[in-house]
Design a binder for this molecule. Structure first.
Ligand code: NI
Length: 172
């Protein structure tokens, strides 16, 4: 399977987010499988379709980031948060911001409704790290990036890194 290129900040596709998925076909299943492959290749634990230039509400994740634990893989189509409780700050990274780590505030406990790759409606309760990964990837579906959610101090701290990425993108 051909690997997908993971787009890096400030690629404009990252700001476009995704449209609801309406067709649950083999192409969607292939895309999800290729996204999981790219996620492991880039050593991440989540990847959203807009990060590979596809404007669909589709994301894949494995909270362990461990390819030998496929039972922890999740593919979420059209996810929505239906319940949320508590908030906490913790460190995150993002494949679209290589080398950037920073604390982001997320809900601790969430319930989500979503569709699986067959289009069937599902619900999932998640907390802690899994809930964090889901919220991070769901942000991508709205064109929201982790750098939007940093503390003022961290926004200043990562500014030089972002400027380097902006210069690299302008040259590419
Ligand atoms: Ni990300």
């Amino acid at each position: 399977m051909q690997p997908l290129e993971v787009l890096v900040y400030p690629h404009p596709a990252l700001r476009r987010g995704g449209q609801p998925v309406t067709v649950f076909d083999q192409a969607l299943r292939d895309l999800a499988a290729r996204m999981l492959g790219s996620m492991y290749e880039e050593v991440g634990c989540g990847l959203a379709a807009p990060q590979v230039g596809i404007d669909q509400k589709l994301l894949v994740l494995n909270p362990s980031g461990d390819e030998s634990k496929p039972e922890e893989e999740l593919t979420l189509v059209n996810p929505k948060i239906t319940k949320k409780k508590g908030r906490e700050w913790d460190e995150e990274g993002c494949l679209s911001f290589p080398g950037v780590r920073a604390e982001v505030e997320r809900h601790i406990d969430i319930t989500i409704s979503y569709q699986d790759l067959t289009g069937a409606a599902q619900t999932l309760k998640a907390n802690g790290w899994l809930a964090r990964v889901i919220q991070h990837e769901m942000d991508h579906l709205e064109g929201v990036l982790m750098v939007d959610r940093l503390s003022t101090a961290d926004k200043l701290r990562v500014r030089p890194e972002l400027e380097k990425m902006e210069q690299r993108f302008a040259r590419s």
